[in-house]
Design a protein around this ligand. Structure first.
Ligand SMILES: O=C(CO)[C@H](O)[C@H](O)COP(=O)(O)O
Length: 226
């Protein structure tokens, strides 16, 4: 059984873009564990967000690990730039055009953590062969592209299947969930086997960040029966 603590990764997609550094530092002081950076290219997903310069500016602004989620068609072409900018963990989509093993090796050769992401329609089995090569697998619990969507409970069996397979292979794999995570949905994801929770609107929309992080963590831990 995995014994990772629950980690909270606020998604900066919902932060105040005009005051990003201060807003992210506030989330760091509030007790967040990772900072989740959503990169969208307007091609892999129907939205454009931020890119390398923002990661570079954020790097000295916070001490939190930068968890960079690439929703882009050709992640391999941009890995070097995001690593140079200060990404600590890079996740990219199994549905992208890049060869997964090559992209994973490119990230890990630089001493950084690598992960694969699955869109809602992609079955868990697609990433099974790569699990020994990665640190994190991320299950999208909404269609990627926009914050503030509703959690898809139909993704829970996929989380369970990934946790079961990681245990079968004896792998200390983080399972991250992204989309519609709040104190009501977090316990469901954690009970299914997730240990890293991305949350955008549920955290940045609250006036009291520390209270919001605490409530989310408490709800998640309750889901694990702690
Ligand atoms: O990757 C994403 C969208 O593609 C976001 O990280 C995700 O949707 C988080 O936002 P929210 O918690 O508001 O659902």
């Amino acid at each position: 059984m995995h014994d990772f603590p629950i980690l909270i990764a606020p998604s900066i997609l919902s932060c105040d873009f005009a005051a990003m550094g201060e807003d992210c530092r506030a989330m760091e002081r509030a007790g967040a564990d990772w900072l989740h950076v959503d990169v969208m290219d307007g091609h892999f997903v129907p939205n454009i967000s931020i890119g390398v310069p923002v990661v570079k500016s954020l790097r000295p602004a916070v001490k939190l690990p930068l968890d960079v989620h690439l929703m882009i068609s050709k992640p391999l072409d941009y890995l070097g730039a995001f690593l140079d900018a200060g990404a600590d963990l890079i996740t990219f989509h199994i549905e992208s055009e890049s060869e997964p093993a090559l992209a994973i090796a490119t990230i890990r050769k630089r001493g950084k953590r690598a992960g694969l992401v699955l869109k809602p329609a992609t079955p868990a089995e697609r990433v099974f062969p790569f699990l020994p090569l990665i640190d994190v697998v991320m299950v999208m619990t909404v269609e990627p592209g926009f914050g503030g969507q509703k959690f898809m409970p139909g993704m829970l069996p996929k989380i369970e299947a990934l946790r079961e397979e990681a245990q079968r292979q004896g792998l200390p794999l983080h399972i991250e969930v992204d989309g519609g995570i709040d104190p009501a949905t977090a316990p469901l994801a954690v009970r299914a086997g997730a240990d890293v929770l991305v949350a955008g609107s549920a955290l940045f929309s609250k006036p009291d960040y520390a209270g919001a992080v605490r409530d989310l963590r408490a709800a998640a831990e309750a889901g694990r029966g702690l």
